[in-house]
Every structure is written in C-alpha cells, then in structure tokens.
Design a protein around this ligand. Structure first.
Ligand SMILES: Nc1ncnc2c1ncn2[C@@H]1O[C@H](COP(=O)(O)OP(=O)(O)OP(=O)(O)O)[C@@H](O)[C@H]1O
Ligand SMILES: [Mg+2]
Length: 341
C-alpha cells in the first residue's frame, strides 16, 4: 500500500510517499526557518502563509521523486494536531481536497504518533511493547507504546519542552533560530562541568519533567556574566546541554527499568542531539536495553513519519471524513494513576 503523507503543523511543509509503512519512496521537506529567523521563533500567521505557498510544489515533488501519480496512491495520511491551527489547516484541507477529488481513503494522524513512527522506516525497529522518549520543539514525554497508535503517556513536561529549552537558551546566547543544533555543535568542544546548572524534578517517584527553571538559571548567568565568547561559550553550551540530557537519560532509564521494557526509542527533533544520543547509548549499554534512534533528518518534522503512522490506521480500515479538522491541543492518553516507584 502506497501512502501519501502530508505535514504542516509548525514551520515545515512536508510531503512523502511511503510503501507498506516501511519504505520511503520520497520524503520532501520545505523548511521555513528563514521566514521566522528574524523574529527568533515561529510567527504563526507567517507559517500559515508559507505553507499555502509551499504545499502544492512540495506535494508535486514528493510524487515526482516517488515516481507515482495520484493514481498510484492508495491512501492519504495528514497531521491534524497538535500544532498551530492555521498551519495545520493547510495540509488538512489539501489532503481532504485530494481525497475527495480522487476518491482516495484518508486518515488523520496525531503529530506525536508520527514522530513515534519515524523509526519504522529504519531496518531495525523496536518490537511492541516498548518505551519511547519523545523530545521535540513542543513536547517532552515518556510513553509506553503497546501497538501502532496505542500509547499511554507516563510522564511529560510540566512547563517547557526540551526543544524549547534548547531554542530559548540559544536565543538568549544570540545563537539564532532554531538554536538546538547550534548548542549541540558548540557543546561538542565544551566542558559540561564548567557551569553549574539545575537538574529539576529528579526525585525518585517522579516521571515528569520541568525545564523552565534551567532557562531561568541561564538567564541569571548571562545577566551576571554577560554572553561569553570562544571557549567559555562552548563551556556554557556544554553545561546547559548536559543539564537537559542528564535529566532525560536518568528518567528514561528509570522508567524502562520500572516498566520492565527492554526496548527504548527516542524521537522528535531533540533526538538529533549528539549528547542525548551518546547519553542514551551509554545507558543502554549499562542497563542492557536496546536503543532505537532515527537518523537526524527523520527526528525533526517530516511527512514520511506521518505516512508510516497513517499506514497502520488505513490498514485497520480507519477512515476520516470531510469533517476532519485541525486541532491545536491534542493531549496523548495519560495513565490514570501514577505508579508507585
Ligand atoms: N541537534 C539538536 N540538538 C538539540 N535540539 C535540536 C537539534 N536538532 C533539532 N533540535 C530541536 O528540535 C526541535 C524541532 O523538533 P521538531 O521538528 O520535532 O519540533 P516541532 O515539530 O516544532 O514540535 P512538536 O513535534 O512538539 O510539535 C527544535 O526545538 C530544535 O531546536
Ligand atoms: Mg515535530
């Protein structure tokens, strides 16, 4: 089954064709970073307008690269939330128009289910059940994945996402937008012990995260000492990154152990971070769990992951109708009672 995926939840317009949920025949992403860079963050109205401009060319490219026309597409999967509602609407309306005009089955995909499905495009994918650490621009969650599309959230951030902490930290240090990858690069040559940074909510029984205090700690440091340059900047980036990574790794390995899950995946834009990848790999070797990490380009937003997630829903016979809408706020199902440590 060939599925066309469409994604426009934030600042990437993306289209892809995926075969049987596992083979990406094409994967086209038009990033809007240049549009938003002067503002240091995503401007929702500008994002919507850029999606409108990009969506048809990106779709055409995805079909051309896959070597198929719409006649060769068996299903369409589109991100319907969570995200910026005006941005989401562009792919949702495009998908509905295509589905209606060509009589192609359509499903809506939760953006985070998309991130979780990026790993199924790789040769080695985690079996069910497994634990997943989702770390992206807007989310930081630990979820138990029981099947495709069957997840329960066990922990999440109470305030900022890890990606937001990276981006806001980078903005404070004048490193541009989006700054996560810049901090990653600078941190590689820095000393992670150079500057003391807080590790929040690391008490034993807690599976939630908090990163707003870390951001404030960086702000206080910059107010007191200014923005450093050269080696001192690398040291500060390394210290800041280490505080984020250490909390993510510590909570992931603790929950894997407690849930008895021996397969762990990490996904979302921050999963591209080299410090996090190395930290989780070291934990996997020590604790004996198997770690699965998508290649960096499939960590950040793309439509191949949406098509991969949509494949399983389409195969189960799920269909969206013309009433499919864009939903800004779409929480994952939570486990009702917190499990004692
Ligand atoms: N190498 C890296 N190190 C740290 N952070 C990174 C790296 N590469 C990308 N990021 C961060 O990943 C985030 C983008 O990820 P993604 O595209 O998944 O987020 P999003 O789609 O905006 O948010 P969400 O998926 O929660 O809706 C940004 O915050 C960016 O800074
Ligand atoms: Mg995303």
């Amino acid at each position: 089954m060939r599925v066309l995926g469409l994604e426009s939840s934030c600042d990437e317009t993306a289209a892809a064709v995926v075969e049987d949920g596992v083979r990406a025949l094409s994967d086209v992403v038009a990033s809007q970073h240049d549009v938003h860079r002067p503002y240091g963050g995503v401007v929702p109205e500008l994002a919507s307008r850029a999606h409108v401009v990009n969506v048809v060319p990106v779709l055409d490219q995805a079909l051309a690269k896959a070597g198929v026309g719409l006649d060769g597409i068996d299903g369409i999967a589109v991100t319907y939330g969570p995200g910026l509602v005006g941005a989401l609407l562009v792919a949702v309306q495009t998908a509905k128009a295509l589905a209606w005009a060509r009589g192609i089955p359509l499903v809506g995909v939760h953006h985070l289910e998309g991130h979780l499905s990026a790993i199924y495009l790789e040769p080695a994918a985690p079996p069910m059940p497994h634990l997943a650490l989702i770390v992206s621009g807007g989310h930081t969650s630990l979820v138990r994945v029981d099947d495709h599309g069957v997840v329960v959230e066990l922990g999440r951030t109470r305030d900022d996402a890890a990606g937001e902490a990276f981006d806001k930290g980078a903005k404070l240090l004048g490193l541009g937008y989006p700054g996560g990858a810049v901090i990653d690069r600078l941190a590689a040559t820095g000393d992670p012990k150079a500057v003391a940074m807080p590790r929040a909510m690391t008490a034993r029984a807690n599976d939630d995260f908090s990163f707003s205090g870390l951001k404030t700690a960086l702000l206080h440091h910059v107010r007191a000492h200014g923005v450093p340059e050269g080696q001192a900047l690398a040291d500060l980036c390394a210290s800041y990154q280490a505080a984020i990574v250490e909390v993510l790794v510590r909570k992931t390995r603790r929950l894997a152990r407690r849930e008895g899950l021996t397969h762990v995946q990490v996904c979302g834009g921050v999963a591209a971070n080299r410090g996090l990848r190395a930290g989780l790999a070291a934990a996997a070797a020590e604790d004996g769990f198997t770690l699965y990490v998508p290649p960096p380009a499939r960590c950040t937003d793309n439509a191949a992951m949406i098509a991969a997630a949509g494949y399983y829903r389409l195969a189960r016979g799920e269909r969206a109708d013309a009433l499919l809408g864009a939903t800004a706020n779409l929480p994952l199902p939570r486990r009702a009672v917190d499990v004692a440590p």
